[in-house]
Design a protein around this ligand. Structure first.
Ligand code: KG4
Ligand code: ZN
Length: 363
């Protein structure tokens, strides 16, 4: 079967086509039009500019995805769309586009929750991956752990109590004067730091862990973020400059990344032991971080747990992951309809998905 999908929850307009069957999910096209250069001028995503930019390109990006897949509109069995959570304007652009497309072609509409989409990217390159497994979503808006026992439900067992991991990367990057979004630049600075600084030394720079000190599987990134930002301000004052020396930026990025990696591996390993899961999926924009991939991979090796992480092109926002999620929803008859609306919050998304799950159970 063929699934067409749109992702437009933030600052990327993406359209994809997959061909899927019981054994395999094949990505035929996955077109991404990023607005990141536009938003970088403002140091963050400007929602109204994002909505307009989605409107401008959604049609051409969709045509390109369908053409590249070598199919026509009538071949599509279902049209999927990220309906929540995210920026309401950008989400509305995608939802209304997909509703019109489904109405015109007569295919099913599948409403996908963004984070469930990120985690489903893992099924694309790993046809042998099957629930049960533990899943970690690390993105600009989420840092959450899920028990995944079937193809329908993602049971959240831990999450951040304040900032998301990607948000902390971006805020620290911004205060250091790095271009938005700061995550990828911080990754490079940390790589440089590990060749220059020995963080095992007693007097090495350290920051507080984002692992909450209790029995839960929760995180808190705001303390870490504030500690790093205060340190940056102090260093700027000491150096009497608005821009820190390159070496100092590297040292800070390395220490920040150490705190992120050790805090995340601590909670994830506790969750693996607590749930007895034998596989871990990690996905979302921050899953592209080279140091986090290595740290979590090493931790899984030491526990004898299979580690599945999408390749870099499937970590950031893209529509192929939305189509992959939609495939499992299709098989379980989780459909939306022409009344589908976009929803900015996680709670609203959960309520809507619970409703379509009950409808599917009633047959
Ligand atoms: O999943 P995503 O593309 O969008 C959301 O759903 O939020 O994640 C974007 C986040 C941004 O915070 C960005 O800085 C971060 O992912 N990111 C990274 C890296 N690449 C992207 N963070 C750390 N290291 C990276 N290499
Ligand atoms: Zn995302």
């Amino acid at each position: 079967m063929y699934i067409f999908a749109i992702e437009s929850s933030c600052d990327e307009t993406s359209a994809a086509v997959i061909r899927a069957n019981d054994d395999n999910i094949e990505v035929l096209s996955n077109i991404i039009a990023s607005q990141v250069d536009t938003h970088a001028l403002y140091g963050g995503v400007v929602p109204e500019i994002a909505s307009r930019a989605h409107c401008e390109v959604i049609s051409s990006v969709s045509h390109e995805a369908i053409d590249k897949a070598g199919i026509s509109l009538s071949d599509i069995d279902a049209a999927a769309v990220t309906f929540a959570p995210g920026l309401i304007g950008p989400l509305l652009v995608g939802v209304n586009f997909v509703k019109a497309l489904a109405y015109r072609s007569g295919c099913k509409i599948i409403p996908v929750q963004h984070i469930e989409g990120h985690l489903s990217a893992a099924y694309i390159e790993n046809s042998s991956l099957k629930p049960p497994f533990l899943a970690l979503a690390v993105s600009g808006g989420h840092t959450s752990l899920y028990k995944v026992e079937n193809y329908v439900d993602f049971d959240e067992i831990g999450s951040t109590r304040d900032d998301a991991c990607g948000e902390a990367f971006d805020k620290v990057g911004r205060v250091m004067g790095l271009p938005y979004p700061g995550g990828a630049a911080m990754d490079k600075l940390a790589s440089e730091a590990y060749t220059k600084f020995d963080y095992t030394k007693k007097d090495a720079l350290t920051f507080p862990s984002p692992a909450v000190h209790d029995e839960t599987y929760d995180f808190s990134f705001s303390g870490l973020k504030t500690a790093v930002i205060n340190h940056i301000h102090n260093e700027k004052q000491k150096a009497k400059t608005k821009d820190l020396p390159y070496e100092t930026k590297c040292e800070i990025a390395g220490a920040f990344t150490n705190a992120v990696c050790s805090g995340i591996t601590k909670k994830v390993s506790a969750a693996l032991k607590g749930t007895g899961m034998k596989a871990l999926v990690m996905a979302g924009g921050v899953a592209a971080n080279s140091h986090l991939r290595r740290a979590v991979g090493d931790m899984c090796d030491s526990l004898g747990v299979e580690f599945v992480v999408p390749s870099l092109s499937l970590c950031g926002d893209n529509a192929a992951m939305i189509a992959a999620r939609a495939y499992h929803m299709y098989r379980n008859k989780l459909f939306g309809d022409i009344e589908l609306d976009a929803c900015a919050s996680d709670d609203g998304a959960e309520e809507y998905l619970d409703r379509i799950k009950s409808l599917a159970r009633l047959g």
